[in-house]
Design a protein around this ligand. Structure first.
Ligand code: ADP
Ligand code: ZN
Length: 667
């Protein structure tokens, strides 16, 4: 007997092995096997996955090695999972074995976690019962349920702000599925940030739920996996990789906050988008996917507009509590009045009022490690690439402004081309500086800071939040405080540097900022008192900021989608980003150029658009130079183009390339 085995290495083929007679009766597709691997006579033992059993008539024309051992009593991969992982490998240009390894709970740390997050509830939580649905919720549920019961593939967008009752719809849709004998997967952006959601699922469904936590040890993860496989858990809740959970009779996949970037694995192969995998998986299983969001991604909303998926809307909050009011402060006016500080007078006043009333304040900074666009402080102008409409990045060493998509460049002006102003600013403000300034303004108050620096240690995240909740006055933080916080005493949110986010050299910058501002605004006024949000900006007329002020998603979408269409960005085209990395700048550039030239040669029919090479916006990370080539086209044309490249270009030892299909960020 001969079988085909794939292994978790970047080698895109299946290997043929012979099966010793005594192991033959235990061979099944989907089981793991130990195989000798490598050139040597014996080879190194390596774990592989049986993907095919060859016909009896197969007779090899070369020497085939024997497998060493079968590792599973039962297949760990179902036929469905094999099909799904094969699709992933093709789409994301990974190898089948690599995809399988990342889908299974067998990789990763083997440390034991400090706290137990196993599916068994630690203490019995109070049971929660289904609520009587509002008319909108009922309509959403009634639309979804028949598809689950009739085994009909369908994607739904459940659009509604926080507190509009989306989770209750997920819960009841899952119940309907359970009644029909079907399991469910619920994806949340990050388990650690959504404890309340997880608790609600546990208290509704009790023992039949498994929580796949990223902090689970490998052993705990395997345990959960086995519980799910054995049918003991019919519902799985987890982050991105839970999309691969081995639920057998899958009826429904829910993706909460579907617009969140954490659903894309951007830092390891396969660079998959869990949202798209979920949709594919639902398709293979004749199941349903519900995408929930207050600010759907452009792709998701676009799909409803072309009837690829069904739009469901929950237009208001269950308790009819009004949204926080949003005010915009023009920082140019502040400068005219001689205030060149971080805080506008309005924000300072409002902070003082809250402190007096013993309410809490959040100061939010939108900051990513670097902020090297330039901006005129008098008129707020920034400079964009004439070809790509993305912000030009300022490079200190040669004082040039560069486009990171197409490599357009020009010298940085000394006076503003728009208003002739000479006050040109080169970077943003850090959280530490904000904290110091606040402490100077309000010496008596307790300020907490939450950013990458203060949350490096395990548990620090929780500590900062519990301190703030119990006795803090002001919480200063970055992106990570935008999500999930539900503290009734917060009545004011100040947004300091919205311009940094608007001007990131990324075509998704506006989408991100709109979602972020909506989310941040949701932090204020969750208790009895109404909330206020103050956004400080140099561009008060920027459409995204205006739409955020009225929290008007539909107008935002209409505006943004026309920009995407005009420049052929997603959802109108797919992107692939090739990043070349290396310690030697010259070698890195040279390889990037070679690849780009090759791509252009292969692209004679012009089915794709090839931009670059250009330095990545984060040009150097950890001593490595990074250059990118950006491709636009259909998935098929991109795949074909990229395949020929990886087949024909040899990568020198000192360089690395990564290919990211449907990249989420281009930094
Ligand atoms: P979302 O997921 O959109 O943030 P939730 O489902 O969490 O919204 O609902 C917000 C709050 O309203 C929760 O406290 C929830 O228990 C409550 N709620 C949801 N649906 C109903 C309902 N039909 N009747 C009463 N309360 C509800
Ligand atoms: Zn450009």
């Amino acid at each position: 007997m001969y079988i085909e085995v794939v292994v978790g290495l970047p080698i895109d083929k299946a290997f043929t092995y012979a099966v010793p007679k005594e192991l033959e009766q235990d061979i099944e597709i989907g089981k793991r096997v130990l195989v000798p691997f490598g050139r040597q006579q014996q080879g190194k033992p390596l774990q592989g996955y049986i993907v095919n059993i060859l016909l009896d008539s197969f007779s090899p024309t070369y020497k085939v090695k024997d497998i060493l051992k079968i590792l599973d009593p039962k297949p760990i991969l179902t036929p469905e999972m094999l099909k799904l992982t094969q699709w992933l490998a093709t789409y994301y240009l990974s190898t089948w074995g690599e995809v399988i390894e990342s889908a299974l709970p067998i990789r990763g740390t083997s440390r034991t976690s400090q706290r137990s997050h196993t599916g068994q509830t630690d203490q019995a939580c109070p049971t929660s019962y289904p609520l009587k649905l509002t008319a909108e919720q009922a309509q959403a549920l009634e639309t979804i349920t028949p598809y689950i019961k009739n085994n009909q593939f369908k994607v739904f967008l459940l659009h509604g702000i926080t507190g509009s009752g989306k989770t209750e719809v997920y819960l009841q849709a899952i119940s309907e599925g359970l009644k029909a004998g079907k399991g469910a997967i619920v994806l949340v952006p990050e388990i650690a940030l959504t404890p309340q959601t997880v608790e609600r699922f546990k208290s509704r469904f009790g023992e039949t739920i498994a929580v796949l936590h990223s902090k689970l040890s490998r052993k705990e993860r395997l345990l959960q996996w086995r519980r799910i496989q054995a049918g003991e858990a019919e519902i799985v809740i987890g982050a991105r990789s839970a999309v691969f959970a081995p639920i057998e009779n899958l009826g429904l996949i829910v993706i909460d906050e579907e617009h969140e970037t954490t659903y894309k694995q951007y830092d390891a192969t396969p660079r998959y988008q869990a949202r798209d995998v979920a949709i594919m998986r639902a398709k293979f299983n004749n199941a349903v996917t519900i995408l929930g969001s207050a600010t759907p991604s452009l792709e998701t909303f676009y799909n409803t507009s072309i009837n690829k998926s069904i739009y469901l809307n929950l237009p208001c909050r269950i308790d009819h509590k009004p949204l926080a009011e949003v005010e915009i402060v023009d920082m140019k006016e502040e400068h005219k009045m001689g205030n060149y500080g971080i805080f506008s007078n309005k924000l300072k006043q409002e902070i003082a009022v809250r402190l007096k009333r013993q309410e809490q304040v959040i100061i939010f900074l939108n900051r990513r490690g670097f902020a090297t666009f330039i901006q005129c402080l008098d008129c707020g102008a920034t400079l964009k690439c004439p070809n790509c409409e993305i912000t030009l990045t300022y490079h200190f060493h040669d004082k040039m402004l560069k486009c990171h998509y197409c490599y357009f460049q020009k010298t940085a002006p000394e006076v503003c081309p728009k208003c002739q102003g000479t006050q040109i600013k080169y970077s943003g403000t850090g959280t530490q500086k904000v904290e110091n300034e606040l402490q100077k303004l309000f010496p008596q108050v307790k300020i907490s800071r939450m950013d990458l620096d203060t949350t490096k240690k395990r548990g620090s995240h929780e500590n900062i939040l519990s301190f703030f909740q119990s006795q803090g006055d002001i919480l200063v933080g970055t992106q990570m405080i935008a999500k999930g916080l539900d503290f009734p005493k917060i009545t004011l949110v100040g947004v300091i540097s919205v311009d940094v986010g608007l001007n990131l050299p990324d075509f998704r910058a506006s989408e991100r900022i709109f979602a972020l501002l909506t989310q941040v605004a949701g932090r204020a006024g969750r208790g009895q008192r109404p909330g206020l949000v103050i956004i400080q900006t140099y561009n008060p007329d920027n459409p995204t900021i205006q739409f955020a002020k009225t929290q008007d998603y539909h107008s935002f979408y209409a505006n943004e989608i026309s920009f995407r269409k005009e420049l052929n960005y997603p959802p109108f085209a797919h992107l692939a980003n090739i990043i070349v990395k290396g310690k030697e700048e010259e070698h890195t550039i040279k390889l990037a150029q070679t690849i780009a030239a090759h791509l252009r040669m292969m692209n004679k029919a012009q089915t794709s658009l090839i931009l670059g090479p250009a330095p990545c916006p984060l040009t150097k990370i950890k001593q490595e130079y990074r250059w990118q080539i950006l491709l636009k086209g259909s998935p098929k044309s991109l795949q074909e183009l990229l395949k020929t490249v990886s087949a024909r270009i040899s990568i020198p030892k000192d360089l690395k390339i990564t290919i990211d299909i449907d990249p989420i960020g281009l930094l």
